[in-house]
Design a protein around this ligand. Structure first.
Ligand code: ZN
Length: 71
């Protein structure tokens, strides 16, 4: 039904990669990115997972706020 080409961000270069049988390297955009990612994993270069900067609601792990429950 849906014939819209699904695109996902390439884990390596973040560019939109075609996620379909037409793209044998999915979810990567190209063979190079795929190899690069696998190689990095093999070398454990990704041991420290760098969290991508997320804008918007950041870590709001409720530090304050009177949580005293009174009854
Ligand atoms: Zn890529």
């Amino acid at each position: 039904m849906a014939q819209k080409p699904l695109r996902v961000p390439c884990p390596t270069c973040r560019q939109p990669a075609l996620f379909s049988p037409a793209n044998p390297w999915r979810p990567f955009c190209s063979e190079r990115c795929r190899q690069r990612d696998l190689g990095a994993w093999a070398n454990e270069e990704y041991r420290v997972a760098e969290a991508p900067p997320q804008d918007g609601d950041a870590a709001d792990d409720g530090g304050g706020g009177g949580g005293a429950t009174r009854h």
